[in-house]
Write a protein that binds this ligand. Structure first.
Ligand code: MG
Length: 245
């Protein structure tokens, strides 16, 4: 079971492109307050993002030049909810704006929108080889499934299933899988707090957790990992499943 953003695909350029447009619509319709190039603050804060709406929130705060973003975000795991409430933004509305921008892009400039996503070079072929090892693979993401599906199809990648945010929390989907699966389950993520949540859940003991080295990680995410969160770099990922840590 693979997380999508930061595990299969690097979409940083698209995250900013769509967040900038969504934020502009929520303000006054003009993008003038925000640069076209990915701002350094956005890049640096991406590892703190759990859901898409938080990226729109960062864009809104950048447009307002809110001085407290970096310090507050880097100290507080619940920064999104807290800053959204403090600035009077409803997360549901931000998520809706983001998905509206993406839906329109998909309808009007499909190829251009898809081209803003780059699969990590060592991932697509490795995913295709999983079938030779008798392993199914699936995608569990906080992105909406419709966008995830379009990006995967553009790379000719066909997972067994895709569970987007519509399906509930990642932990809830994994609990359902564990109850049904009856076979080993590996979960690859680039967000350490998500993996820590999984290992804290007694129902999810059968899930083998991997933190991938190549996604949106903070400088300290790979340090002092507990034994049951395994570090996976591209070389280990490329090895046969039986040789994985
Ligand atoms: Mg991710």
């Amino acid at each position: 079971v693979f997380d999508f953003d930061g595990v299969i695909v690097d979409g940083l350029e698209e995250y900013w492109w769509s967040s900038r447009r969504a934020a502009s619509r929520l303000r006054d319709g003009s993008c003038d307050a925000l640069p076209r190039a990915v701002p350094e603050t956005f890049r640096r804060l991406r590892p703190r993002v759990h859901s898409g709406w938080e990226m729109v929130l960062i864009a809104l705060l950048l447009a307002e030049a809110a001085p407290e973003i970096p310090a507050a975000v880097e100290r507080d795991p619940a920064w999104g909810e807290r800053l959204a409430a403090a600035h009077g933004w409803d997360p549901g509305r931000l998520q809706e704006a983001l998905e509206q921008v993406r839906s329109e892009a998909l309808a009007m400039d499909r190829d251009g929108w898809l081209a803003r996503h780059r699969p990590y070079p060592w991932v697509p072929d490795r995913l295709r080889r999983l079938a030779d090892e008798g392993a199914d693979w699936a995608v569990l993401t906080t992105k909406a499934a419709v966008f995830t599906d379009a990006i995967l199809r553009s790379q000719d990648l066909r997972p067994l299933w895709i569970a987007g945010h519509e399906r509930g929390s990642k932990a809830a989907v994994l609990r359902q899988l564990v109850a049904e699966a009856g076979r080993p389950l590996r979960f690859l993520e680039d967000r350490r707090p998500t993996l820590e949540g999984v290992r804290a859940d007694p129902h999810l003991r059968p899930v083998r957790c991997y933190l991938v080295s190549w996604g949106y990680l903070t400088a300290s995410d790979g340090q002092n990992l507990p034994d049951d969160i395994r570090w996976l770099d591209p070389r280990a990922f490329g090895a046969p499943l039986a040789a994985w840590p």
